[in-house]
Design a protein around this ligand. Sequence first.
Ligand SMILES: NC(=O)c1ccc[n+]([C@@H]2O[C@H](COP(=O)([O-])OP(=O)(O)OC[C@H]3O[C@@H](n4cnc5c(N)ncnc54)[C@H](OP(=O)(O)O)[C@@H]3O)[C@@H](O)[C@H]2O)c1
Length: 306
Amino acid sequence: MASEKHILLIGAGELGTAFLPHLSELPDTHVIVGVRTPSKYSQLAGPNISLTSLDTTGPSDELAQNFAKYDVVISATGFGQAAGIVTKLAKEILEAGKLRKQAGQGKLWFFPWQWGVDYDITGDGQGLMPLFGEQKDVRDLLRAEAAGAYVKWTVMSTGIFMSFLFEQFWGIVDRQGDNITVRALRDWDHKVTVTDVQDIGKILSRVVAEDMEAENRVIYSAGDTVSYAQLADIVERVTGKAVVREEWTIQHLEKELAKEPDNLIKKYRLVFARDGVWWDKKLTVNHKLGVPVTDVETYAKGLFGA
Ligand SMILES: NC(=O)c1ccc[n+]([C@@H]2O[C@H](COP(=O)([O-])OP(=O)(O)OC[C@H]3O[C@@H](n4cnc5c(N)ncnc54)[C@H](OP(=O)(O)O)[C@@H]3O)[C@@H](O)[C@H]2O)c1
């Protein structure tokens, strides 16, 4: 019998809870969910799911020793981490890999928190998004040091979560009573890649199961890649109503941000109007593996009850 694989899933929020059912279905696998307050999440425990108390802000030497106990570490701690925490985690993982090597165990497989845009392209969003810049630094650190540290890493770029595209506060599909406005970031031909969080979990578990060509690489997922014009057409088809179309050019987004320079959503919009937020679905790992995923039209039908 194959020996059991131990997966540490850090975080059980929107993303972690979406990953859990898919990871726990893998054969010969035990998933350990690491959160600050396990008692808050006791309903998640199951035959091959347990909870452990873990705080990523804790002392590095203790965390490295803890991480060395696992075959796979997946970070789903959310985006609201303090500056420096994603780098600290990557360094602890590199240390944990060395400990595993000394103990004669297999390489540690690490999925950092990079479930979003392509940080190699966005960089720090021309100074607007220090955390995006730190994500790029984490990639560079892993590229430079993982091999010697006995760690393999996989970054999965997922684009925006599908739910996020339709959030009212995001302002792209803006519902006011019976009226809907769809707004384009940059122009109507500009595109955006989105993946539903459940699908991210499904794709991730296939990648982990098949140990396919994901070693030390950035891989991409996409439930869909649509232009803003296509998004407006989809909303019209699904709701059966004409939508108001409004273009938010880069110049407009810059002016809006200048009025409120600390507004995070305005920063996101401007960065997303630039580059690194879309890729061709044919290049994605879900396309290569034939994983069925939800596209924007199907998601919108569910959302609008069509
Ligand atoms: N690609 C995208 O579209 C994108 C990118 C970024 C963010 N978002 C949005 O941001 C939201 C975040 O979702 P998410 O699942 O990433 O995060 P989340 O729902 O905020 O969950 C974060 C999880 O991490 C745990 N956690 C937080 N700090 C921790 C620490 N120091 N040590 C250990 N565990 C810790 C939390 O548990 P405790 O607090 O109980 O410990 C919680 O279980 C979503 O609404 C999403 O739409 C989207």
